[in-house]
Write a new protein. Structure first.
Lengths: 303, 256
């Protein structure tokens, strides 16, 4: 078979594998989101979240801990939280902490890095710090509504809280309807992201990227780019990081596991359904800078 | 006038429900097909394969309830009509994976991917969770898989320790440009999660170019023994081919 045929075929396989792998998590996320939409009253939800900033951030992190979904599943949940009136900074905290600070991911990280417990603890600490700092910063935003995309605000306006208006049977029907509508909206965006990720994987060959550097600084940058391109689920990224233990610095593995779950080529477009581009750039540049700061200082301290 | 408007709206709603239901059914079929044909293993790590039938069940449920709901839509206007399906573009996106599944033969990743992801035969094997499993020396040498061997090498890299040991390995043929001409790699991909993170592993095999005609990407069962050779100024365990048999693609073509 010709080389380009092989390449095309492999790109299709990688594209489909991202879809096949992410879809179950999106489905679960969508079901949770629809449940929030129809069975949890706005007032009750807002009552749980404290008025003060730190309290709200703490509760959102706990919230993230309770949902065993990775970054794909979190996005429908985040959308629903915003529609229910949860403040944007609290939802940003949720989006930044939930992909890592949840039992499944922590368990996977622990099983992969049992022999290097500092990696396990630092992954938790770094993610926690990033979510806390950015959440806190965003809580001082004077016009939080401006963080959200226009389409999303309009959509939320049209689809206000639906938890109290219907009898149970109708509620269940509406639950499934919302689920399928939201599923296909996010699914469409996932497909675009998966397409981009599988294409870029062939445009930027991994062996070239990874040969760029394993010095204390360059390795961190390389692994950060790698995490964005690879676009894998945070549930398993610890195992991928593990396979680079002998070739890459510990700081770079931490960068891979800290920044990777927050955003990648596949989730970027899903996040874009919620936030304005400018807000995304600010939030994720900050997250990137903090990741680099933490992991580079770790490398310097270690080395 | 008002009634007319209302019925128009509900007609649109029925259409919408039907389209949603049809899409859900199609994708439920997509996941069922992957599950029952066992081709799901070509895409994701076996540990995550169970998620595929779970998705199918959820999608069936969504499809069924969308159909069921068609007659009594009117009450839930506020939660239903998103402008999603008025956008043809979105509709098209959603169909792409299905079309690709039909248009392309499903087969494991090939040398094209191996080429752009380091084969890593002479450095860290890039094994992931299999590192955590036991095995290796406890297994008789003929029964060791490619992964078992590579795991042994990373524990004990001394090539002389493997001299003369017999090996019987199933993998695909990968011609690595960094190897001399009478060598190929007996190779497999290792998955952590899905094909997107697959990394190739392999052991160099020396063979008689007159005697054997080899095609890249063919799946073979290789009978060989180990010798210690120097390739690119590095002593390493190398297989010397005794025989090979073409085999069909294994049920799980990737190494776990």
């Amino acid at each position: 078979m010709l080389l380009w045929q092989n390449k095309l075929q492999d790109a299709v396989m990688i594209f489909l594998s991202i879809i096949v792998e992410a879809t179950p998590f999106i489905l679960v996320g969508v079901l949770i989101s629809a449940f929030l939409s129809h069975f949890v009253a706005k007032e009750k939800l807002l009552k749980i979240i404290p008025e003060n900033r730190l309290g709200a951030i703490g509760v959102m992190m706990l919230f993230g801990f309770l949902f065993p979904v990775c970054e794909c599943g979190n996005i429908p949940v985040a959308r629903k939280l915003l529609q229910k009136g949860v403040k944007p900074f609290a939802v940003i905290t949720f989006l930044l902490s939930a992909p890592v600070l949840n039992p499944l991911v922590l368990f996977a990280t622990w099983s992969a890095f049992r022999f290097m417990p500092e990696i396990f603890y630092l992954r938790i600490i770094f993610t926690f710090a990033i979510a806390l700092l950015i959440g806190l910063l965003m809580s001082f935003h004077p016009e939080p509504k401006n963080l959200l995309s226009k389409n999303f605000v309009q959509y939320s306006h049209e689809h206000a809280d639906a938890s109290h208006v219907l009898p149970l049977k109708k509620k269940i029907q509406a639950f499934f309807k919302t689920s399928s509508v939201e599923f296909f909206e996010i699914f469409g965006v996932l497909i675009f992201g998966a397409f981009l990720a599988s294409t870029v994987q062939f445009l930027i060959p991994r062996n070239i990227l990874l040969s760029l550097g394993n010095g204390p600084v360059l390795s961190v940058l390389t692994m950060t780019v790698f995490s964005v391109i690879t676009a894998v689920c945070s549930n398993v990224d610890a195992f991928i990081a593990l396979s680079y233990v002998n070739t890459f610095t510990s700081g770079s593995l931490l960068a891979f596991m800290t920044f990777g779950p927050l955003i990648d080529l596949k989730s970027f477009f899903m996040i874009k359904t919620i936030f304005r581009s400018r807000a995304i750039v600010i939030i994720y540049s900050l997250a990137l800078l903090l990741t680099l700061l933490f992991t580079l200082s770790f490398n310097l301290y270690e080395g | 006038m008002k009634d007319n408007k209302k019925s128009k709206k509900s007609l649109k709603d029925i259409q919408h429900s039907l389209v949603s239901a049809a899409l859900c059914l199609l994708y439920a079929g997509f996941f069922l097909y992957l599950t029952f044909s066992k081709k799901i293993i070509f895409f994701v790590h076996p540990d995550y394969a169970f998620l595929s039938p779970v998705s199918a069940i959820i999608l069936f449920l969504l499809a069924f309830l969308n159909l069921f709901q068609r007659s009594k839509q009117a009450d839930c206007q506020e939660c239903c009509d998103m402008n999603l399906f008025s956008k043809k573009r979105n509709m098209f996106f959603v169909l792409i994976p299905l079309l690709l599944l039909i248009a392309f033969p499903i087969r494991p990743l090939s040398s094209a991917t191996a080429e752009i992801r380091s084969a890593g035969y002479n450095r860290d094997a890039g094994l992931s969770r299999s590192v955590l499993k036991t095995g290796g020396f406890a297994i008789r040498s003929e029964n060791r898989t490619l992964v078992d061997w590579i795991r042994l090498f990373s524990n004990d890299p001394e090539p002389d320790h493997y001299k003369g040991q017999k090996a019987k390995i199933i993998g695909f043929i990968l011609k690595d440009k960094s190897l001399p001409e009478n060598y190929f790699l007996i190779s497999r991909f290792v998955l952590s999660c899905c094909a997107a993170d697959a990394r190739p592993i392999g052991i160099p095999v020396q063979y008689d170019r007159q005697k054997f005609q080899l095609n890249e990407n063919d799946w073979i069962e290789l009978s060989a023994h180990f010798e210690s050779k120097e390739i690119q100024n590095q002593r390493q365990p190398v297989l010397v081919m005794e025989n090979l048999k073409k085999v069909p693609i294994p049920e799980n073509p990737y190494a776990e």
